[in-house]
Design a protein around this ligand. Sequence first.
Ligand code: PHE
Length: 389
Amino acid sequence: MYSVSKLTEYSASALERASAELRSALAQEAVAVKNEAEWKIFRDRWMARKNGVLTQINDLWLKAAPKEAKREAGREVNLVKEQVEQAVAAAKIQSQIPTLPIAHAGSEPSEVEFQGKAFEKAGLVDITLPGIRRPIGAEHPVIKTMNEIVSVFQKLGYSVAEGPVVETDYYNFEALNFPPNHPARDTQDTLFIAGQAAKPPRERLLLRTHTSPVQIRTMEKMRPPIRIVIPGQVHRNDPPDASHSPMFHQVEGLAVDTNITFSDLKGTLDHAMKALFGSSVKTHFRPSFFPFTEPSAEMFVSCFICGGSGTRGAEPCRPCKQTGWIEILGCGMVDPNVFDFVKDKGYDPRKVSGFAFGMGADRIALLKYGVDDIQLFFQGDVRFLQQFA
Ligand code: PHE
């Protein structure tokens, strides 16, 4: 342990050497302080009036100095005194931190940083020590899946469009051919923004229940022909369980041109599914209903878990519920009533036709990664999410 020794010489370099030795001992002892009790011992060792290190250097360096060296020695002792005081203050802060917490990216300035600041101020930072590692982070599995879906369509010449999550009744329902009070609205379990009663119904705000409103928003801005994909967040008033979340994600698609047919819809989606799930998957369309497409369909892909057999060895295949088919999306030919809402932007239903589709990105991510609970995606548990980095 460091102890103060008498100075035999009072030259500037001798003083400097002596105080450098003291400083390095001070720094070493300061960083070793782990708790309040240790800090008290540390403080008293350096600052106690009776026989503390500061008292000793006052006696051995200053009082013992010959007259002509008193000025220089006094300056050095004052400097050391300041450094000791700062180190004791910094060590106190450190002693109040139970264990060094791991710094997380994006968090508030951590205690580690706070402690670092105190030591930096005290001139006690060892810049040769390794730094605090900050994890860079990675794409969330749902975002990654959305990007993969989007890029399949980008390669076909589609561009990306986005729209607001807080939407008006007009874009979410009315312009998509959901008449006011129509029962089809009930199927969407809409979450409404409060305090909207004073507004005309079509201007009332809600959390969009699907990405389809961006179809209208884009057609208002761009004349045909268009081919767009629309990734985004949507909300529905569904109680959370293993396969439902009140917040989830969709990727929508819209193609409008002259002479677009249901064959184009089938060919495009069949290609996309093979690109996403592997070239051996088959697609299958069943009639369905959406107010904004006519005819409408649900599209299924052959189960890529069991290869369409419905069984995995002796076990039943759960993802496809033993049917060999997995429902992936809703689609259809754009209803002429929808074009009527954007007729003056060049969408004359007698001249153009189009198809649209919308798929749940979270569901696809669940299937792709073999995750059995959608809640895991949104609980923010780094141990779960790290597996996809
Ligand atoms: N918007 C529909 C839904 O959320 C899906 C869909 C999109 C259906 C486009 C047809 C065309 O269920």
